[in-house]
Write a protein of this length. Structure first.
Length: 604
């Protein structure tokens, strides 16, 4: 059959036959391209697989660097950090991310190999620099007084000694091994301060939690000894603690500060400090969460404290009615509180009110108690002690009425007081004088012989929390020293205290300083009735910054009752002491070798 072309030059085949031919050609072409892609994909590496391979190669070399070559962590850490970032970037799962990761792993591998191939001189310089960094870090911690730094100081010396003893032929690996040790110590030392600060945060939260629950966890406090210095009237006793002691913890969290301190002192590596930090972070989270649940109890406790302060203020003569109005309003607010926000707001209000009231409260209280002391002093000096030597009556409590060592000191400090601390100190002094003077007046009716235990002694020791341990008690009215050990009388002797014009300061004192075979120089000029020649003293125990001692007075022939008043003494002074407490030589010897720094000296 003959084919013909139309006028346009097309084949004379029918159209549908031409179309079928084109489709076959297109299909064959597609199949070819698909087959070519399969062939290419079988030959080209998969991006995901390439990334995995490169990462495995890098990890293997990191392990080799750590275990076999001792490459320091500071050189490995940047590589490990970047590796982790690359691994995270593949989370999207795209070929592009895997390709980038594969390339990155390869680059990090090259960096690691370059580190491993450092020359010994380069590794030596790195180690020397790191030793200097450890030295600086350690000095900073030592200046802050951390005894925990001692163990690292020993390790630093060990590292320095090892560094200088490395042979000239030492390898890069030798320096790397030493440097890894040095860097580990630096990492630990750098954790000491922040970990300690975190410990303080936990302790602060524990105290706040205790306060919120109204728990009294105050441990034994040092005995406050009346030293009488211008800077501070009281000084903490170095050996005697008073109070009921720390109660057994009621809640587990109360043990956390002690446990954390034990772990802190035992820690010797950065890893152990990090573990302690993680533990304390969990504690902080728990305490913070618990603080919300105890808000109602905290609000109730603070309200009780504020109401008690208001009552004390009013009983002391305070006239500002605002505080009572605030307390009444706070009680109503607490009754209506329902939400966490309600309780939280009330807690903050009460804290502010208690703080604002602190100064008016202690000032009013001190002024009121000073008036009580003045009335008691007036009662004491109204009682006359007849001096058998001259028949003259002298005030019983002249020590308490003295303008320098007695009530006059308290009055001056009260007039100069400005802050809460100022008023608290003078209030404590006033209460001391009240307690001891009342004991003196009570003791007048005690017919017990002076060389036997007196009830006033025992009551005073109980009051000051010194019933256990050593105590020297001096009765001014009896001119008698009674010395107790754990509440039992172990020694007694007659004494001579200050004359009416140079009285011995009453109060609760302590032995602050001890001297033997010294010489006392008169602070008074020649011509003064109080002047005395330089006097050798065998045994002397300072108990007050006024310059008063317990000491031997070998020049006296008379000690005991009335010896503090004017009298004739054939050996020396015809009067009491210049304010010191005089002992016969043999008794002073005994006391000196029995007491120690901090032993309470209770004078009443």
């Amino acid at each position: 059959m003959e084919h013909t072309n139309d006028a346009d030059g097309h084949s004379g085949l029918p159209y549908h036959r031409r179309a079928r031919g084109g489709l076959r050609l297109l299909t064959l072409l597609s199949l070819g391209i698909f087959a070519l892609n399969l062939l290419l994909s079988a030959c080209a590496p998969d991006a995901h697989q390439m990334a995995q391979q490169n990462k495995a190669k890098l990890d293997k070399e990191i392990h080799n660097a750590q275990v076999n070559l001792f490459v320091p962590d500071s050189l490995l850490l940047p590589i490990q950090t970047q590796e982790a970032a690359l691994a995270a970037s593949t989370a999207k799962g795209s070929d592009q991310s895997f390709q980038a990761a594969a390339s990155g792993y390869s680059h990090l591998y090259d960096q690691l190999v370059a580190i491993e191939r450092m020359t010994p001189d380069q590794a030596k310089a790195q180690t020397s620099s790191d030793i200097q960094q450890l030295t600086a870090a350690l000095q900073s911690v030592q200046k802050q007084g951390f005894v925990e730094a001692d163990q690292f100081a020993q390790r630093l010396q060990q590292a320095k000694q090892q560094f200088t003893q490395l042979p000239a032929a030492a390898t890069t690996k030798d320096y790397f091994q030493l440097d890894r040790f040095v860097q580990a110590q630096t990492a630990a030392v750098n954790q000491i301060v922040p970990v300690y600060q975190q410990m303080q945060t936990v302790e602060s939260l524990v105290k706040a939690q205790n306060a919120a629950l109204g728990l009294n966890t105050t441990g034994p406090l040092p005995l406050d000894c009346a030293r009488g210095s211008n800077e501070s009237y009281f000084e903490a006793d170095p050996i005697v603690n008073v109070g009921s002691g720390t109660p057994s913890p009621t809640y587990g969290y109360q043990q956390w500060p002690a446990q954390n301190l034990a772990l802190f002192r035992a820690a010797s590596s950065a890893e152990q400090y990090a573990a302690l930090t993680a533990l304390m972070n969990a504690q902080v989270s728990q305490l913070t969460a618990d603080a919300t649940t105890v808000l109602p109890q905290q609000a109730y406790t603070l309200l009780q404290n504020f109401q008690n302060n208001v009552q004390t203020y009013q009983q002391s003569g305070g006239t500002d009615a605002t505080y009572q109005q605030q307390a009444t309003q706070d009680a109503q607010t607490l009754s209506a509180a329902k939400t966490v926000s309600d309780y939280s707001a009330l807690v903050q209000t009460l804290k502010q009110q208690i703080k604002a009231m602190a100064l008016p409260l202690i000032r009013t209280q001190a002024q009121h108690d000073f008036k009580t002391l003045q009335a008691l002093v007036n009662k004491g000096v109204a009682i006359k002690v007849i001096d058998p030597a001259n028949g003259v009556g002298y005030p019983l409590a002249y020590e308490y009425s003295d303008p320098a060592a007695g009530i006059g000191d308290a009055q001056q400090r009260l007039q100069q007081a400005q802050t809460v601390d100022d008023y608290q100190a003078v209030e404590q002094e006033i209460q001391m004088f009240i307690t001891n003077l009342q004991a003196m007046l009570d003791n007048l009716n005690d017919k017990t012989p002076s060389n036997q235990p007196h009830q006033t002694d025992l009551s005073l020791m109980q009051h000051y929390g010194i019933a256990s341990g050593k105590v020297v008690i001096v009765s001014l009215s009896e001119q008698q020293a009674r010395i107790y050990d754990n509440g039992k009388l172990v020694h007694t002797n007659k004494v001579t205290t200050g004359a009416p014009d140079l009285p011995t300061p009453p109060g609760i004192h302590c032995v602050f300083y001890m001297m033997d075979h010294t010489k006392f120089i008169s602070p008074y000029p020649k011509g003064s009735p109080h002047y005395y020649e330089p006097t050798p003293i065998t045994w002397a125990m300072l108990y007050s910054d006024y310059g008063y001692y317990l000491h031997d007075a070998w020049w006296r022939s008379w000690f005991g009752k009335y010896s503090n008043l004017p009298h004739y003494d054939p050996i020396s002074f015809n009067n009491g002491s210049h304010g010191c407490i005089n002992f016969p030589l043999s008794d002073a010897d005994w006391v000196y070798h029995w007491v120690q720094i901090g032993t309470p000296i209770l004078v009443y």
